[in-house]
Design a protein. Structure first.
Ligand code: GTP
Ligand code: MG
Length: 370
């Protein structure tokens, strides 16, 4: 049967191993933290700790967690999280910039500030949309390989004068593999060589059928340069979001994903995170991948200090012990000892993995020299 060590299970739940041992004892199961328990017992423990179990596969030891079970009445509509993808130079950044200008709130506050990897806009009608910039798709790929889904909708940018190119195809396969609905934004419509018909047909070859050809993929014509079609694109996103019926519980402890991270000279480790469930507060203790810390400050995409960040809100977090990797998930935990224990276990696991890799490397080198 599938087995998992007590320590590993505790780590996945961001719980203390000792508490898991105690819970097992209550169930009549005696196990030390290094001993393995079967998947059925693990499942009971996971439920006992208020999480929902997701077995990744029948044969796999993996017992993924989907977080605490939320009551239906706690769920509230949350803004869609949108990732803009497309071939190099097709205008992803320009389009993000143009959309940011449509932000009524930012307009009032005096416009653009610094770049962070994600931001939220408020449309003229008051709905919110979160956009994520994924340079080179690296973060998106990293997140997907870790099984974390960040984005609700992909906006595929295709330059009207260039058509479907290698990275367009790559983006299509990412979106398909992640099972994320796509909206096609045909950009650079202001250019003399713009040929949306060609784009439509090329997309067809990759099984993307736009509405005008009888399919169900929305197709919007835009010019990031001339700022045309932006409202239509926002509307398309909101229509898609409504179909998806996106909801989250804002009242629980926060959970989410690290979108990007860096070591800042003055401020120390800085992680841009996307809150997916619950609300993140300054003062919260969180574990992000193999790092942890108490949230010293939360800074929004306009560079403003904020006290909280709810579902679908991207925010910079200061106060972590070190820089967590992009794509890692984060969880708020009750106390610092628990955070430290979970982080230390995960660090040990990373080190063991690295050591195992080095050993394997040496093995092949030995063979080569033999
Ligand atoms: P990478 O991040 O390098 O992959 O590129 P990108 O997709 O972010 O493209 P970016 O926004 O940097 O735009 C590439 C070039 O196309 C720039 O010179 C833009 O000025 C130009 N461009 C972007 N959108 C438009 C548009 O709607 N019309 C015209 N004429 N030019 C555009
Ligand atoms: Mg760019």
């Amino acid at each position: 049967p599938e087995m998992i060590t007590v320590q590993e299970l505790a780590s996945r739940m961001a719980a203390r191993a000792g508490d898991v041992v105690k819970a097992l004892m209550k169930m009549g199961v005696m196990a030390t933290i290094t001993q393995s328990i079967d998947a059925d017992t693990a499942e009971l423990i996971v439920q006992e700790f208020g999480h929902r179990v997701k077995r990744v596969s029948e044969s796999d030891v993996e017992i993924g967690l989907e977080g605490e079970v939320d009551d239906e009445e706690d769920l509230m509509v949350r803004p869609p999280v949108v990732t803009i993808m497309g071939h190099v130079d097709h205008g992803k950044t320009s389009l993000l910039d143009a959309l940011r200008h449509t932000d009524v709130a930012a307009g009032e506050a005096g416009g653009i500030t610094q770049h962070i990897g994600a931001y939220q806009i408020t449309t003229a009608r008051g709905q919110k949309i979160t956009f994520i910039d994924t340079p080179g798709h690296a973060a998106f790929t990293a997140m997907r390989s870790r099984g974390a889904s960040v984005t609700d909708i992909v906006v595929l940018v295709v330059a009207a004068d260039d058509g479907v190119m290698p990275q367009t195809i790559e983006a299509i396969s990412h979106a398909k593999a992640a099972n994320v609905p796509m909206i096609v934004a045909i950009n650079k419509m202001d250019k003399p060589g713009a040929n949306p018909d060609r784009v439509r047909n090329e997309l067809l070859q990759h099984e993307i059928v736009v509405e005008s050809l009888g399919g169900d993929t929305q197709e919007i014509h835009v010019s990031a340069l001339k700022r045309t079609g932006l409202e239509a694109l926002e509307d398309a996103i909101l229509v898609q979001a409504e179909v998806l019926d996106l909801k989250a519980n804002p009242t629980r402890d926060a959970e989410g994903v690290v979108i990007e991270s860096r070591l800042d000279r003055g401020r120390g480790p800085v992680a841009t995170v996307l809150v997916q469930k619950g609300t993140l507060w300054t003062g919260d203790i969180l574990v992000a991948g193999a790092e942890y810390g108490r949230v010293r400050a939360l800074i929004d995409w306009n560079g403003q200090n904020v006290k909280t960040a709810g579902p679908s809100v991207p925010v910079e977090v200061l106060g972590l012990s070190a820089v967590p990797a992009a794509g890692e998930t984060f969880t708020v935990v009750d106390d610092e000892p628990r955070a430290r224990e979970v982080a230390e276990f995960r660090q040990r696991k990373l080190r063991d993995k690295a050591a195992a890799g080095a050993m394997a490397g040496r093995g092949t080198l030995d063979q080569m020299l033999a």
